[in-house]
Design a protein around this ligand. Structure first.
Ligand code: GN1
Ligand code: MG
Length: 369
């Protein structure tokens, strides 16, 4: 990532439809992929904040298609919220601020893509869940998000990253990384690699159900980490779901699975002490209750029957991706220490084991709702 350069950011800020002068900006360090800044402007004597963000176009190969998705999705969400009579609509969905040329993002001469959002005030995000109410709110927020998008009009959205949650493809990518062993790290990760290879049978369960149309394709978020839900700073209630780059056609269960991964363990995803990594049933119950409250009207029986499995599958899949990136020399996920991706992979696999041990009880609970 390029370091913060105030004059570069000033130049970027001037490309968007924002009134007033830029007062100051600061980089935001969360997120493994994009480059994000919070910027304060003086508008008629009041300080108003915006988000400026550079889209990582190594990861998102079609930034224009991505912004097309994002504009359609946020316009639809805004419309549905207004229809329902919601208050505070600009705190309940992201608002894209167009560039001065009318496009939803701005391309610089050196080929960077930048976009701007209205900053959402008086909300908080958390890297890990503090209590069951938060898990419930996360479940509700993403369930509601999927529900509001059930009737998104128009053509199928662009696949911003094709085969994103395709566990079979992710498994094959690991196999390739293993054969290549570009940076001679396979020997360091021997135990993890052999564990993964023994779990190959997880790969096709949901893919087969999608292929047979027992599970439908839906418009989904695809990156439902707990830190992508903004909670109202005063009430703790879910306000807004963010990080919409991977909103595209997908499977509702993958969204639920990533919520299980990121809300049920008390730890961060790179926790080193594996004894602390565990799927906690009270968190799962709250999450599941919140999600199904919002998603029950549209989920089918087959989807409901794989609720617990989806947590195991997505945790396994993200673990596979971390491990693959470790073997490939950390070219995808930003790392902050040597072996960071291996640590992340280990944490995911520990969580998979914890889910596996409780999977039946988890599904029984989901069936009881
Ligand atoms: C990436 O950058 P961030 O944290 O929003 C990744 C997700 C992973 C996540 C793991 C586009 O998301 O798929 O689950 O890291 N996003 C992309 O922390 O690959
Ligand atoms: Mg993301």
């Amino acid at each position: 990532m390029q370091g913060y350069d105030p004059s570069r950011l000033l130049y970027i800020s001037r490309q968007f439809h924002i009134h007033g002068e830029l007062l100051h900006a600061e980089p935001c360090k969360v997120g493994h992929i994009n480059e994000t800044y919070t910027a304060a402007y003086n508008q008629g004597g009041t300080t108003v904040r915006y988000i400026h963000q550079r889209i990582n176009h190594e990861v998102f190969k079609d930034p224009v298609g991505l912004m097309d998705n994002l504009s359609r999705v946020t316009a639809h969400l805004r419309h549905k919220l207004q229809e329902k009579g919601s208050r505070d609509v600009t705190r309940r969905t992201l608002t894209v601020v167009p560039a001065r040329d009318g496009n939803s993002c701005f391309q610089t001469d050196d080929g960077e893509y930048w976009r701007t959002f209205v900053f959402i005030e008086r909300v908080r995000t958390f890297e890990s869940v503090e209590n069951a109410e938060q898990a419930l709110e996360a479940g509700k927020a993403f369930g509601e998000f999927q529900h509001l998008l059930v009737d998104l009009p128009g053509e199928r959205l662009h696949d911003t990253i094709p085969y994103f949650h395709n566990t079979r493809r992710r498994f094959e990518a690991l196999q390739t990384a293993l054969v290549e062993d570009r940076v001679n790290r396979a020997s360091i990760a021997k135990a993890e690699i052999s564990w993964v290879l023994q779990h190959e049978n997880l790969c096709d369960v949901i893919l087969d159900a999608l292929a047979n149309q027992r599970i439908p394709e839906r418009t989904t978020h695809n990156d439902t980490k707990f830190n992508n839900v903004m909670l109202d700073a005063d009430t703790g209630k879910a306000m807004c779901v963010v990080d919409l780059d991977t909103v595209m056609p997908g499977c509702a269960l993958y969204d639920f699975g990533d919520m299980v991964r990121t809300t049920t363990s008390p730890t961060l995803e790179d926790e080193l002490d594996l004894t602390k990594v565990q799927m906690r049933m009270p968190m799962f119950r709250a999450l599941c209750r919140g999600y199904l409250e919002a998603a029950a009207p549209f989920l089918n029986k087959e989807e409901r029957s794989l609720i617990a499995f989806s947590g195991k599958l997505i945790t396994f899949t993200i673990g596979l991706r971390f491990l693959t990136d470790f073997l490939n020399g950390d070219s995808y996920f930003r790392v902050h220490r040597p072996q960071h991706n291996l640590d992340r992979a280990r944490t995911q696999f520990q969580l998979v084991r914890s889910i596996e041990a409780q999977e039946e009880a988890m599904q029984t609970f989901a069936d009881s709702l």
